[in-house]
Design a protein. Structure first.
Length: 280
């Protein structure tokens, strides 16, 4: 009912899962990951307990293949399960039980595990793998995973159709305010074109929930500070700090006001008397 890719980034700092299915809210059941530990996708007749168990085994030092072996040994329903695991070092392992519905199978390589069941055919996982291997290794893991997932969807995907998709990526200190490891956690639970919608959400995630890089930071000079304060007031805010908080750009402006993200600067300049975003 699902196809997924579990992978580690080339720099060894991020782990993630991308998944799509003709199944409601697939992101609630399939993916799990912890920075510095690894990632897992559990699907087919998914045993959701695999997520915590696998990550615990990996955290204890087990490799992906050993963690997978332990999961299967303890599960009488193993032949109905499909699971992919990537560990802290990028070792990968995947299992497709003999009772999984056709087409079902997997591909693994250095740093990735790709698996799917009830697919149109083997061309789905092959397309996911080809797209993964062809993507720039220095690209953000979330974008590499989503591109690979989209390739599988274009190749046929779930033979029953489309309904949901999800993307989970973890990296140490990558979360909101740098206070957890969740770089991306996006879910499309019920949609006619879930991967296209997930792509749209990832673009928003990059703007609102991803910290600015050094290259994106524009130093705030006294002249620019005066301009920013004027623009913020013209947009109806008390001051720049209030505008940033209202528009949810906290990850894109320095707390001490020493820099502002180049895109946020462009957005604020473009408002010229209007509001530039949406507040939760």
């Amino acid at each position: 009912m699902t196809f997924s890719i579990v992978a580690r980034s080339a720099d060894g700092e991020s782990w993630g899962v991308a998944v799509a299915s003709k199944f409601l809210a697939v992101g609630a059941a399939v993916p799990a990951a912890v920075a510095g530990v690894g990632a897992i996708a559990t699907q087919a007749d998914a045993n959701v307990a695999y997520k915590g168990l696998a990550l615990a085994h990996l955290d204890d030092g087990a490799t992906a293949s050993v963690a997978l072996q332990r999961l299967l040994e303890e599960d009488e329903g193993r032949e109905h399960r499909q699971v992919g695991i990537v560990d802290v070092d990028g070792n990968a392992a995947s299992h497709t039980g003999t009772a999984c519905l056709d087409w079902a199978g997997s591909l693994t390589g250095a740093g990735y595990a790709i698996q799917g069941n009830i697919l149109t055919g083997s061309e789905v996982v092959e397309a996911v793998e080809a797209a993964w291997l062809a993507s720039p290794q220095d690209a953000a893991l979330a974008h590499r995973l989503l591109a690979a997932l989209a390739a599988g969807d274009e190749a046929g995907g779930d033979s029953r159709g489309r309904q949901s998709a999800a993307l989970l990526v973890v990296r140490d200190g990558a979360g909101y305010g740098g206070l957890d490891d969740i770089a991306v956690d996006l879910r499309v639970d019920d949609h006619a074109t879930p991967i296209a919608e997930l792509t749209r959400l990832l673009e928003l995630n990059d703007l609102y929930l991803t910290a600015s890089t050094e290259e994106e930071r524009v130093p705030v000079t006294p002249e620019l500070e005066a301009e920013l304060e004027e623009l913020a007031r013209a947009a109806g805010a008390r001051d720049l700090e209030a505008w940033v908080g209202t528009e949810n750009y906290e990850m894109r402006v320095a707390p001490d006001g020493s820099w502002i993200d180049v895109r946020v600067l462009e957005i604020l300049r473009a408002t010229r008397g209007g509001s530039g975003g949406a507040s939760a």
